[in-house]
Design a protein around this ligand. Structure first.
Ligand code: PEP
Ligand code: MG
Length: 900
């Protein structure tokens, strides 16, 4: 005996179960589980991973008694099928399939139809009444055998097959006549003889032994080794081998084959869904040779089989606690289940299923919540392409903001606005967008850019507005001057209709029918369950009352970030903002600010009203001022044009002074330049105007009976003194406007933590802050030293592809770097102010993995764009279910120290 006493080399399916994956491999354990559940699985057994390890330990030698054990085991299969392996009456055929512990799809080898030889093939032809089928099985066996056992490249066989088809002017394999198949069988045998000096074995046991050895060997083929390396699968695991009786659904009218879902995979409705064909083989169902029949018809054709199938479907679903996708075959009136797996589904079906399975007590509510793939929800909350329609895809870019949009192409923001006003639907196409183009983005149905990544301006703004956006699509070459773009050899001009699919990044020619989003009853219910579980609050990033209302509908518990600069961008506001920036004296600037003040007050009243009773965090102006001014290149072109016109002297001098100003505001690194609180410190009158507008809005809303919870946020603080100054400024404004009412309602002043130094010195900064909101867009940019507008289009994709970075850190929080800063800042902040409110408002606030991190770090809230609020609610619940209320131990410690 070569084996240890506790080594198990072979187990019949009925001897195993789902827990025995390490020994039986995933497939073997699943077959065992189904067999033991009493399901009609074709009989068979599994040669274990122990045997595989033995094979390698002894220098690639099949353990001597294994073949004997296999022969004995095969006897049971023969008995249960009433067939004989190698028999001349009713030959048993088997499949030999690899099946590792961790799924390694397609990496190792499988051989089907073992047991066929020159004699048994005749018996199979006779019994099935289908010689074509029998000889086709045989030719496939020789081909697979030659390839897997004798290592002959598939191309040698394929070449012969191809020649034969050409010779007979046949397009499909299935049309080869019996005689041609018989000739191919002879040719295939000759290939084996020629290349290996061995014959294709007629002894069926020899076939089986060689096949087992070959499948063991395939554990160490090149592609399996590479796959294991990539997915970190231990070499020691080895593969199991499943040897199972083949069943055929094409032996007459009491036979058939089909595919069945236990529920409708596109709607989630509870019904048997699928199709079948009588007297057919598995691949006929998918090959489209004959039109399969709906499964309901099986009830009429084979009522007994149908009933058994329905019962089996229900059992499998209850057993695996999920919708199953089942492959079945009926062989001479007997039902066999060949495979079951969790079925792929649409987002709509996923939600319905999770809720229904919970209501049917198959799943707990927590399990149902865990089932939701949150990114899937994007499909439900945005318009989508009707995939049943044939699409003319012009190019593919980054899927920057989900949803689909159809409109006429326009190449600048002004045209977008103008056409939009005229009631046209437009798609804004631009090499990239800047804050100056915001009116065009607002007017457009969707945005297409050829440059910029997932966190470029266009992407961030479009996501915030819930508009579809395809970014960084360098396959389209835009000529803004000519108002056209080229995609391959197709030219799309201004006014041509295009469709964007922001969920996949596709740019499609023409108008495409879109499907409207739905928030179904089930989704509402699921979200309520999530709310009952989660610890993290979910806020929204919103700059307009419309966004705020939408976010509230989606369940936002307040505004976590209002970027006030977006309020400065409308056609009506921009000239005033520009006048404010271009002012030569303080008086001039104040005059412009006076004009802006009532507009801002109106903006804030709108937000407070929409968020009645919920907190609203307003961030004072953040971007560098040049972003509000025309581009220098455009001005220089204009200057050039005016030079030749003597009549426009006054305009020329105005333009010259504008150019001087724009030049003066130009910076080498604007993202690290005069922006954020640096603006508020150098031009305090800007922040004063905003603070006064906020408090006036508070007062006005209060008079209307609205409950306002204002929170004023200072951007880009890096030193405690910056926040100290800005807090004093806000407090002064509050005093001035609210006077004695100052505490009713109380307001909060806090800071973004988006400069690494702010995180490091949180203990000093917290003295002036009621809250910290982590601006992880900038914090990532500055911690990694990657310009977010440039990195994605350049090296970042390369970094992620090469595995230098595990993920794009602008999408998924870099826990080892940025995460440590956040953790540290929370710890320091809470130690000095246990009441400190902490949240995150960068793009990461709507990303599942990052939400998990926020939960673990013990943040109070996440804030994300309105359309991601439902997704964040579910992800926050999943984090709680999966991780519990675990908070980093040091955070707990600091809390208890500070409360002493
Ligand atoms: C951030 O930096 O994460 C943030 C929210 O601010 P913005 O993206 O507006 O710079
Ligand atoms: Mg920022």
């Amino acid at each position: 005996m070569g084996a240890n006493t506790d080594t198990k080399r072979l187990l019949h399916f009925h001897e195993g179960n789902a827990e025995m994956k390490m020994l039986l491999g995933g497939k073997g354990a699943n077959l065992a589980e189904m067999t033991n559940a009493g399901l009609p699985v074709p009989p068979g057994f599994t040669v274990t991973t122990d045997a595989c390890r033995e094979f390698y330990a002894s220098g690639r030698v099949v353990p001597p008694d294994l073949n004997q054990e296999i022969r004995t085991a095969l006897k049971r299969v023969e008995l249960s099928k009433n067939q004989k392996f190698g028999g001349l009456q009713d030959p048993l055929l088997v499949s030999v399939r690899s099946g590792s512990v961790t799924s390694m799809p397609g990496m190792m080898d499988t051989i089907l139809n073992l047991g066929l030889n020159d004699e048994t093939v005749e018996a199979l032809a006779r019994n099935t009444g289908n010689p074509r089928f029998a000889f086709d099985c045989y030719r496939r066996l020789i081909q697979m055998f030659g390839n897997v056992v004798f290592d002959i490249e598939g191309v040698y066989f394929e070449r012969q097959l191809h020649r034969k088809k050409e010779e007979l002017s046949i397009q499909f394999d299935k049309d080869l006549p019996v005689e041609a198949l018989q000739q191919l069988i002879d040719q295939f045998k000759s290939i084996i003889e020629l290349r290996t000096k061995r014959e294709f074995p007629q002894d069926v046991f020899e076939q089986l032994e060689l096949a087992v050895e070959a499948v063991f060997r395939s554990w160490n083929n090149q592609r399996a080794i590479v796959y294991r390396k990539v997915f970190d699968i231990p070499e020691q695991q080895g593969t199991a081998i499943n040897i199972q009786a083949m069943v055929f659904g094409n032996q007459g009218d009491d036979c058939g084959t089909g595919v069945l879902f236990t529920r409708n995979p596109s709607t989630g409705e509870k019904m048997l869904y699928g199709e079948y064909l009588t007297n057919a083989q598995g691949e006929d169902v998918v090959a489209g040779v004959r039109t399969p029949l709906p499964i309901a018809q099986l009830e009429q054709e084979m009522p007994l089989v149908f009933n058994k199938l329905a019962q089996t479907a229900a059992r499998l679903e209850a057993h695996y606690k999920d919708m199953q996708d089942i492959e079945f075959t009926v062989e001479k009136g007997e039902l066999f289940i060949l495979q079951t797996r969790n079925g792929k589904r649409t987002a709509q079906a996923a939600v319905k299923l999770a809720v229904h399975l919970a209501k049917e007590n198959i799943l707990s509510r927590e399990e149902a919540l865990q089932r939701i793939e949150v990114e899937h929800l994007n499909q439900l909350l945005h318009r989508a392409i009707d995939e049943s329609v044939k699409l003319d895809v012009l190019a593919t870019g980054l899927p920057a903001s989900p949803g689909a949009a159809t409109g006429q192409a326009v190449f600048d923001a002004d045209t977008a606005e103008e056409w939009g006003r005229a009631g046209k639907r437009v798609v804004l196409v631009s090499s990239e967008t800047s804050p100056e183009d915001i009116h065009g983005v607002i007017a457009a149905e969707g945005v297409l850019t050829s440059r910029g990544g997932m966190t470029s301006h266009a992407a961030v703004v479009a996501r915030g507005m819930g508009k579809p956006c395809v970014c960084g699509c360098d396959e389209v070459r835009i000529d803004a001057e000519e108002k056209l773009f080229l995609a391959g050899d197709i030219t799309v001009r201004e006014g041509d209709w295009i469709t964007l699919d922001g969920s996949t990044g596709r740019v499609i020619s023409g108008v495409v029918e879109l499907k409207e989003p739905e928030v179904s009853e089930e989704l509402r219910e699921l979200l309520q369950w999530a709310d009952g579980v989660r610890k993290l609050k979910v806020l929204t990033n919103a700059d307009t009352p419309e966004d705020a209302v939408k976010a509230r509908e989606f369940g936002a518990e307040g505004i976590g970030l209002c970027r006030t600069e977006h309020m400065f961008m409308s056609a009506e506001r921009l000239p005033v903002v520009q006048a404010m920036i271009l002012a030569d004296t303080l008086e001039e600037r104040k005059a412009a600010l006076e004009q802006l003040l009532p507009m801002q007050q109106g903006d804030f009243e709108g937000l407070f009203t929409a968020m009645n009773g919920l907190p609203v965090t307003i961030r004072l102006l953040d971007p560098p001022l040049h972003e509000f001014l025309p581009k220098l290149e455009d001005l220089l072109v204009r200057q050039e044009q005016l030079k030749h016109r003597k009549t426009d002297l006054q305009e020329q001098s105005k333009l010259d002074s504008l150019i001087r100003k724009v030049r003066g505001l130009q910076e080498m690194n604007p993202m690290l330049g005069q922006r954020g609180c640096r603006l508020g410190i150098v031009f305090p009158e800007i922040y004063e105007m905003q603070a006064i507008a906020i408090f006036r809005a508070v007062q006005a809303c209060k008079k209307r009976g609205i409950t306002v919870l204002p929170e004023i946020m200072i951007p880009l603080v890096g030193h405690a003194n910056e926040l100290k100054l800005m807090r004093e400024l806000v407090d002064r404004a509050a005093n001035e406007v609210l006077g004695v009412e100052i505490d009713q309602p109380a307001y909060k002043v806090g800071t973004m933590i988006e400069v690494p130094r702010a995180a490091l010195t949180a203990a000093q900064i917290v003295k002036y802050a009621d809250f910290f909101s982590f601006g992880t867009n900038d914090l990532t940019q500055m911690t990694l030293g990657y310009s977010r507008d440039d990195a994605e289009g350049k090296f970042l994709t390369h970094y992620v592809d090469q595995g230098i970075l595990p993920k794009n850190p602008f999408q998924v929080i870099d826990t080892d770097g940025v995460g440590v800063l956040i953790d540290w800042a929370v710890k320091q902040g809470r130690a000095h102010n246990p009441q400190l409110k902490t949240s995150i408002c960068g793009e990461h606030g709507g990303d599942k993995e990052s939400i998990f991190f926020c939960h673990q770090t013990g943040l109070d809230c996440v804030s994300c764009s309105p359309f991601r609020v439902p997704l964040a609610r579910i992800a926050a619940a999943q984090a709680q279910i999966l991780l519990g209320s675990h908070v980093h131990p040091h955070v707990e410690l600091e809390r208890s120290v500070s409360s002493l």
